[in-house]
Design a binder for this molecule. Structure first.
Ligand SMILES: C[S@@+](CC[C@H](N)C(=O)[O-])C[C@H]1O[C@@H](n2cnc3c(N)ncnc32)[C@H](O)[C@@H]1O
Length: 248
């Protein structure tokens, strides 16, 4: 299926660096509390799928092929035209996927159409994300990529309403998305780690070389630890990740 936002190309290593973090999973589970049937849209490899998931939808064969044998059945499809009947599930879930949808409003309307009670969306606030030291101080080109596909939160709340929860990132987060290594800067020097982050996968590597070299120098010289000393005492960090919870 085409239209996977590039995941048929760069999704091969996804299952390696993108392991769901149990603390973030617990927050998503809490947002879905009481929902006895869930459709996971843009489900990919199945991260953060609650056990009540009845069906998963994703356009990428590469991503769905990495799902666990025990995971809910996955069908190939896009959010903008879900192959699911009206009000077929208690809740629709979409985790770190809406920024890939070519027609966001149609996709959001589809989430609302298939869900009887709740829609839960995990995304991020680009204004907060841009204050994250990596993108602010080292890889501005990746920040511009990120900004180019970030979805403003008010586009979601205008379409669906709902409340917004902050998703704090634990210092030892197991899910290698963009800000996961906020207290472990060496990780960003590993090309395999960067390959699992769409802001790097979608940015010309030539434009991030200088910043990553500078990061290596700053780590080696101790400058990074001095410059960001305040982070070293934190257990969790707000890099802008957000959960939008909509009661229908
Ligand atoms: C960053 S991955 C997130 C996967 C999973 N939800 C997770 O949290 O690990 C983004 C997913 O969105 C999917 N995607 C891209 N375009 C889509 C669309 N139009 N409708 C639904 N999913 C889409 C991709 O195939 C990919 O699996």
């Amino acid at each position: 299926m085409t239209g996977s936002g590039g995941y048929d190309r760069f999704g091969r290593g996804y299952g390696v660096t993108r392991r769901p973090d149990p603390r973030i999973a617990a927050q998503i589970d809490a947002a879905l509390s009481g929902m006895r049937s869930v459709a996971n849209v843009g489900a990919g490899t199945g991260s953060y799928e609650p056990i009540t998931t009845r069906i998963a939808v994703d356009p990428s064969r590469v991503m769905t092929a990495q799902r666990a044998a025990t995971a809910a059945p996955a069908v190939l499809g896009v959010a903008e035209a879900l192959p699911i009947a009206d009000a077929a599930v208690d809740a629709a879930l979409a985790v770190l996927t809406i920024h890939h949808w070519p027609d966001l409003e149609s996709g959001l309307a589809e989430l609302r159409r298939i869900a009887r009670r709740r829609v839960v969306i995990m995304t991020w606030d680009a204004d907060v994300y841009e204050t994250f030291w990596l993108v602010r101080d080292y890889v501005r080109a990746a920040a511009r990529t990120d900004r180019g596909y970030a979805v403003p939160l008010d586009r979601i709340t205008t379409a669906l309403g709902g409340r917004v929860e902050t998703v704090l990132i634990p210092h030892d987060c197991t899910d290698g998305f963009g800000a996961a290594y906020w207290r472990r800067p060496d990780a960003y020097l590993d090309p395999e780690v960067r390959a699992g982050m769409s802001m790097f996968a979608r940015t010309d590597p030539g434009t991030t070389v200088e910043g990553l070299d500078r990061l290596r120098d700053d780590i080696d010289s101790g400058r990074w630890r001095r410059r960001y000393a305040d982070l070293l005492d934190l257990d969790d960090y707000d890099a802008g990740y957000r959960l939008v919870v909509v009661d229908l």
